[in-house]
Design a protein around this ligand. Structure first.
Ligand SMILES: Cc1cc2nc3c(=O)[nH]c(=O)nc-3n(C[C@H](O)[C@H](O)[C@H](O)COP(=O)(O)OP(=O)(O)OC[C@H]3O[C@@H](n4cnc5c(N)ncnc54)[C@H](O)[C@@H]3O)c2cc1C
Length: 395
């Protein structure tokens, strides 16, 4: 059996590996010219932890994880206003939490393709998929810029993220499925030895209204920054003037010296995208299935997108892997959606509930967030708070 997987993000790499291990022949097509070096720090907890342990990926992830002692909210003078220690967070999140840089996570998943028999899974970088269609042999895809080269497969796995081209080709335009949550998020990595030394082992977040900057020191002299801000222009479709960096400098002025320094060093075009979820009535059609953010983005508010991407892709591998003839494909894809959709929908609901505490829009909401964080130290209340923040912790 043959699969084409579009996207070498975490979902695509895991789905490809699991199908390869089950004996499938897999072609991964990725639009970036090479593994993406840019990214942000991610908390990895929930369903992906158990799934990665089961498929033998967890130890590779743990090997590149950072040790975070606490997440600390600070005021503009850098004074802590509330904090949550990561042992506590791990307990609330139902077990283990790893702090991983997204590119490290993807590199670990890429390296794990070595577990598959040589040649069975091939990754082609610089291959942006632009067209998808079906014919008698199954599904076929074409890559932008190479009109004469097409890839045929029994199954097409669209793992190409929140702005999925496979989804647009097979299920319809993005506007039908993208649900903006009224915010934008930006992320970038800068070299800054002084900030790096100052913030080691702590995830520092500004305790601000309508915007939040977060930073974390990396192993070298680098600092990973992410910035989230409310953006009315997102839902109304209006564009804000200037480059993403101009926009960030405008939105994040006055949040203290560390943020000013990050903005000074910010590249002109950092990662900068709408914070949104993908909500679709169906994730599979004929021989095509979507996985990860492409069909069920939960947004950074749920803090579990990477975790769900791994767990969903592993489950897809479990269900589709044993299928040995085209006759079994559609029922396997339907079974995958039937089992995985409730978990994704619950995480999406948790993400929407978290919106006001994640980014308070007034002093009362900010006060409430401080209270919630402090309440995590009270026995009994902690589970309620965890449920509010991260939804059901799937075991
Ligand atoms: C700022 C921020 C913070 C986050 N924090 C967390 C966190 O703490 N914990 C957590 O679990 N999750 C977090 N997430 C969410 C997480 O990053 C995503 O849910 C996860 O990366 C989704 O993985 P994916 O493989 O489905 O998609 P992606 O990571 O988006 O990968 C899709 C891949 O497809 C490729 N691609 C796209 N279009 C094409 C095309 N036409 N042809 C070929 N290739 C294509 C892309 O280049 C990319 O490599 C965060 C997200 C953001 C933005």
């Amino acid at each position: 059996m043959k699969a084409v997987v579009v996207g070498a993000g975490i979902a695509g790499l895991v789905a490809a590996r699991q199908l390869g291990l089950a004996g499938w022949d897999v072609e991964i097509l990725e639009k970036s010219a090479a593994p993406r070096p840019d990214g942000y720090m991610m908390d990895f907890f929930g369903p992906g932890v158990e799934a990665s342990e089961r498929i033998g990926l967890y130890r590779r992830l743990a090997a590149v994880a950072y040790h975070v002692e606490a997440a600390e909210y600070v005021d503009a003078a850098g004074r802590p206003t509330s904090s949550i220690d990561y042992d506590q967070f791990a307990r609330l999140a139902g077990g283990k939490v790893l702090s991983l840089l997204r590119p490290d996570m993807e590199r670990a998943a890429l390296a794990a393709l070595d577990d598959v028999a040589p040649g069975r899974v091939r990754v082609r970088y610089g291959a942006p998929v632009s067209r998808v269609w079906s014919d008698d042999d199954g599904v076929r895809v074409a890559v932008d810029g190479s009109p004469d080269v097409t890839f045929a497969a029994d199954v097409l796995v669209g793992a190409d993220g929140i702005h999925s081209a496979v989804r647009a080709q097979v299920f319809g335009p993005e506007e039908e499925y993208l649900r903006p949550l009224g915010m934008r998020a930006a992320a970038f990595i800068v070299t800054e030895p002084l900030l790096n030394a100052r913030f080691r082992n702590r995830f520092v977040l500004t305790d601000s209204i309508d915007r939040m900057a977060g930073l974390y020191s990396l192993r070298s002299d680098e600092v990973a920054a992410f910035m989230v801000y409310r953006d009315g222009a997102v839902s109304s479709g209006r564009q804000r003037p200037g480059t993403p960096r101009d926009r960030l400098r405008r939105e994040f002025a006055g949040l203290g010296r560390a943020v000013d320094r990050l903005l000074e060093l910010c590249p002109e075009r950092p990662y900068d995208d709408v914070v949104a979820q993908i909500v679709m009535p169906g994730w599979q059609r004929a021989r095509t299935v979507l996985v990860g953010d492409a069909c069920g983005a939960v947004s950074l508010l749920a803090g579990q997108g990477g975790s769900l991407a791994i767990a969903g892709a592993a489950l897809l591998g479990d269900i589709l892997g044993p299928v040995a003839s085209p006759d079994g494909i559609s029922s396997a894809l339907a079974e995958f959606e039937r089992r995985w959709r409730p978990v994704v929908e619950e995480a999406q609901a948790a993400g929407r509930r978290a919106a006001s505490s994640f980014l308070p829009s007034n002093r009362t909401q900010r006060f409430l967030r401080r209270w919630i964080i402090r309440a995590t130290h009270l026995p009994g209340i902690d589970r309620l708070v965890a449920r509010q923040i991260v939804g059901r912790i799937a075991k």
